[in-house]
Every structure is written in C-alpha cells, then in structure tokens.
Design a protein around this ligand. Structure first.
Ligand SMILES: Nc1ncnc2c1ncn2[C@@H]1O[C@H](COP(=O)(O)OP(=O)(O)O)[C@@H](O)[C@H]1O
Ligand SMILES: [Mg+2]
Length: 268
C-alpha cells in the first residue's frame, strides 16, 4: 500500500437482495475499493453487475448486508451533503429554475440568501449555463440538464462526487461535449470523483484509475492506472497510449460480458 491516505474506502461490502417470491440475489460480493483525495476514479462493468447498487451504498441510500463504507475516516450510515450525486435520469426539481436548483443545497444548509446566489452563480458559470439561470428544467436540453445537475451537486461543496452513468442518455456528440466539460470542471475544482459507466472509452478518458467489475455478483476484477497526462482533452482519444489503455480495459470487461451472455443463453 502507498502512504497516500484514502478519502473513501469500501471494505468487504456484500449486498444481498431478497426476491419478492423468495430466494435472494447477491448483487455485490465482498467488494473492496479505495479512492484517494482529489482522484478521479471510474468503475466499469457489464450491465447488472452491481454498479448502481454500489453507488447507492456509498450515497447511503442502500444498506450493505455486510461490510462498511468509510468516508474521511467516518463510517457512512445514511445520506449526507458530503456526497454529491449525479444520476443518469435527471434529478432536478422541475418546479425550480436552474438557479433555484443550484442554490437549493446551500439554502437548505442555512447559508444567507446572497451567499447562496453567489455560490449558484459560480457553479452555473463553471458548467457554462450563464444566461439560463431563470430557465426551468423542461426548457433545457438533456445536456444542459446534466450541466445543471453537476452544478447543483458541486454547490454543496461535497467531499466526493458520485456519478452514475450521468451521460448515458445523451446522444454521442452531446456526450463528448459533456466529457470535455467534466474534465474542465475537474481541472478547476479537483473534486474527488467516483464515476460509474459501462462506456470503456469514457472511463479511460476521464479516470486516473479504472476499476473493472466482474459480472454479477459484482467484485473488483482489475484495477488499471491510467497514466495519461493532464489536463486532458478529447484529442487524447486518437493517441497510441489511449488506445493501449482502452484495449486493456476492453479485454478485461469482454470476458465478463461473455459470462453474462452465456448465463442468459443457459437461462433461455
Ligand atoms: N432493490 C432491488 N431489489 C432486488 N434486486 C435488485 C435491487 N436493485 C438491484 N437489484 C439487482 O441487483 C443486480 C445489480 O443491479 P445494478 O446495481 O442496478 O447493476 P448495474 O448498475 O451494474 O447495471 C441486478 O441483478 C438487479 O436486478
Ligand atoms: Mg446501473
């Protein structure tokens, strides 16, 4: 182990769901992982391997059956403002404007209104939504909604940003723009990020380290350090180095996807 202190530690976490008609499903099995301060870590794995379950556990929305989650030395026991969440489906309040959504957290924590507005402005600028402060979510495109969701999560100044396939519902062009935006936001804030995706290219582009999960029950299969230089732009996608990392992750995940496929075929 290195001497660098962990920001987030998942220790031997197992999650078993009870099926309504009896029996149970092990979604996550004895999983260990670690995220360092200011690190950008991606988790990739085949569909259904327990990625969202893992993120919900860290968010304190689901309880692990066994094991523990420790953030900044304190065991997570429920949801909290120290963890900012961005999901694939838009999580903005439809009855609030962009500004209202972004300043919601700071207001809830009892900050003075002028400060809340200033914080909101800062993050709205950071995600490139200046001019849309007074727009409602339904007036925004999918990409703009996700920008607002990122600004909203950052406005609470969380210790870690938890992102669950946040660009999964966007078209390819918008997705690339959002990846660039997130890289630039990360350069400016150096927030610790744990980002879940099934998109290998996205994981390699964004991450300092990639954890590859096994097919269900999800465990960590491999950890790959992505030593591409920063700051990064999408220009790196064509580099020989990038392709090498992508191949490495791809090979690892392919074996797991094949397992899922053959399990489905066996099941009919
Ligand atoms: N609340 C729940 N009750 C029962 N089973 C669940 C529940 N949530 C997830 N699962 C099951 O756990 C497994 C992992 O799901 P999930 O974490 O959503 O995977 P991923 O995000 O990697 O696609 C799946 O088989 C899913 O059906
Ligand atoms: Mg999921």
């Amino acid at each position: 182990m290195t001497a660098v202190a962990a920001k987030l530690t998942i220790k031997d976490v197992t999650v078993t769901f009870q099926r309504r008609r009896g029996g149970s499903v092990v979604a996550v099995d004895s999983l260990d992982l670690m995220v360092r301060d200011k690190e950008f870590v991606c988790i990739v794995g085949p569909s259904g391997c327990g990625k969202s379950t893992l993120l919900r556990i860290i968010a304190g929305l689901t309880r692990p059956t066994t094991g523990e989650v420790v953030l900044d030395g304190i065991q997570v026991s429920g949801p909290g403002a120290d963890r900012g969440m961005v999901f694939q489906s838009y999580t903005l309040f439809p009855w609030l404007t962009v500004e209202g959504n972004v300043e919601f957290g700071p207001r809830l924590s009892g900050q003075p209104p002028e400060l809340c507005t200033r914080i909101a402005k800062r993050y709205i600028d950071l995600v490139g939504l200046s001019g849309f402060e007074h727009s409602y979510p339904k007036e925004l495109s999918g990409g703009m909604m996700q920008r607002a969701a990122i600004a909203r999560a950052l406005a609470n100044d969380p210790e870690i940003l938890l992102m669950d396939e946040p660009f999964g519902a966007l078209d390819a062009q918008t997705r690339t723009l959002m990846q660039e935006l997130l890289l630039s936001v990360w350069e400016q804030t150096h927030k610790t990020v744990l980002f879940v995706t099934h998109d290998i290219e996205e994981a390699v582009l964004l991450a300092d380290r990639v954890y590859v999960m096994t097919a269900r029950p999800g465990r960590i299969k491999r950890e790959i350090k992505v030593s591409l230089p920063r700051p990064r732009t999408v220009g790196v996608l064509d580099s020989e180095e990038f392709l090498r990392f992508r191949r490495e992750v791809q090979q690892s995940i392919r074996e797991e996807s094949l397992k899922v496929l053959s399990a489905k075929e066996e099941g009919g």
